[in-house]
Design a protein around this ligand. Structure first.
Ligand SMILES: Cc1cc2nc3c(=O)[nH]c(=O)nc-3n(C[C@H](O)[C@H](O)[C@H](O)COP(=O)(O)OP(=O)(O)OC[C@H]3O[C@@H](n4cnc5c(N)ncnc54)[C@H](O)[C@@H]3O)c2cc1C
Length: 395
């Protein structure tokens, strides 16, 4: 079974030609050593230059700024995360600036070294962004070289069918960031359109479960049912940072003025107060969302999106969740709401584990797997624990 993951993309820049031999001061952000290098640069009060305005680059820039670092985020296009957030990206860019990050739009062309160390990023047109450390956050690409060497079929990733078996093989499987589920049957709706691996931990874990069950059945001599087409679940992308909120999911590029049967797009923008929301519905059901600077509205929309719920006819009622009155009016999510998206664990499961004696995030994680992925739900787990004990003390 292949689970070779993905590797960071090395951008085409003068002075960078080998991902395994980056000049001093230049690095990716993949593992603890990479994080330690950034920490050392922060301790030396060097300016951190982050190249790449995707979610990882933005999270890295915000984390470095939160540590008191001087940070420049360089991105292509008009605003960071523009492809995913549309106009909401401009609101996010303003929030990044408020967080103390210098946001620079431009096409980078090369790096400059001083005494063999990174000292500046060169941009098209001759501008330079000076700094002591360069963090490359330009996306990831599935690692397929092992599969290529074995003559397995690859596209973006290693091509596998619904059973996660490499196409045209008997006993080779692939899962995780390296695997691209695309069965090759032209009439398969689940395998048309974008099938590149999403680069998120949740789908890989689901595939590991699926394959584990299939292997166990085979070892036990039980019949192994063929898996159906993979369920198309749009990823919910949440920016994990303190004080800057952005979330997006589903189809987000629909135009509010497009007239199409069943389609309705509502947009609300308040750049002056750092807020933006977009809701795309088909026959009333939420199929896409963007929410910046409105954490409660964003959380509610994600809930409705995951439940494939219909939105209220008056979309503006959702916006008030982030008003002072709305905070009081907002209903807490029920037990069926997903609390940990990486492991697919509901709030109810976490509540049960706390009621059963788990009183810390690591204990809940050990018992339920919630919080063992990206860690973005740790605060939610903590609040379930606190709520449980507050109720216990009060009663
Ligand atoms: C900084 C960072 C933040 C992230 N944040 C999030 C997040 O918030 N939410 C989220 O869902 N996802 C996040 N991800 C992505 C998530 O980590 C990946 O989707 C997940 O790790 C993929 O798991 P995997 O097992 O497929 O691959 P990996 O975890 O990449 O593991 C692949 C392993 O295979 C090894 N390998 C590769 N080739 C060979 C070979 N030829 N021989 C031997 N070993 C080999 C590699 O060394 C590696 O150990 C983040 C990733 C990074 C780097």
């Amino acid at each position: 079974m292949l689970a070779t993951g993905s590797r960071p993309v090395l951008p085409r820049l003068d002075g960078l030609d080998d991902a395994d031999r980056l000049p001093p001061g230049v690095g990716f952000l993949r593992d603890l050593d990479d994080a330690r290098a950034v920490t050392a640069a922060l301790a030396a009060q060097q300016r951190i230059v982050v190249l790449g305005g995707g979610i990882l680059g933005i999270e890295a820039a915000l984390a470095a700024a939160e540590e008191g670092g001087r940070v420049t985020l360089v991105h292509s296009g008009r605003s960071p995360m523009e492809r995913l957030l549309g106009e909401g990206a401009r609101v996010l860019a303003a929030a990044l600036t408020r967080a103390g990050i210098t946001v620079v739009a431009g096409t980078s062309t090369g790096i400059r070294l001083t005494d063999g160390r990174f000292s500046a990023l060169a941009l098209e047109g001759g501008a330079r962004v000076e700094g002591g450390a360069l963090v490359l956050a330009c996306g990831v690409r599935p690692r397929t070289e092992l599969a290529d060497g074995c003559d397995l079929a690859t596209a973006d990733g290693i091509l596998v069918d619904h059973d996660l078996r490499a196409l045209g093989t008997g006993g080779v499987w692939a899962i995780g960031d390296c695997a691209e589920v695309c069965c090759g049957v032209s009439t398969c709706a689940a395998c048309t359109g974008g099938t590149a691996p999403p680069g998120l931990i949740g789908p890989g874990w689901q595939q590991a479960d699926q394959l584990g069950l299939a292997f166990a059945a085979e070892l036990a001599g039980l019949p192994v049912a063929a898996a159906g087409p993979p369920e198309r679940r749009d990823a919910v992308l949440v920016l994990k940072a303190r004080g800057v909120d952005a979330v997006t999911a589903g189809e987000t590029d629909a135009d509010p003025w497009t007239v199409a049967p069943g389609l309705a797009v509502a947009v609300w923008a308040d750049p002056g107060h750092g807020r933006y929301a977009k809701m795309v519905t088909r026959d009333g059901v939420l199929t896409g969302l963007v929410c910046v600077g409105m954490p409660r509205t964003g959380a509610e929309l994600v809930l409705l999106f995951e439940r494939r719920s219909e939105l209220p006819a008056d979309r503006s009622s959702l916006l008030s969740l982030d008003s002072a009155e709305g905070v009081l009016a907002a209903l807490p999510p029920g037990p069926d709401a997903t609390l940990c998206r990486c492991a697919g664990v509901t709030r109810g499961t976490v509540q049960e584990s706390v009621a059963g004696g788990c009183s810390s995030v690591p204990e809940v994680s050990a018992g339920t797997r919630a919080g063992t992925g990206c860690g973005g739900c740790h605060d939610d787990i903590r609040s379930v624990i606190e709520h449980h004990f507050a109720v216990a003390v009060a009663s």
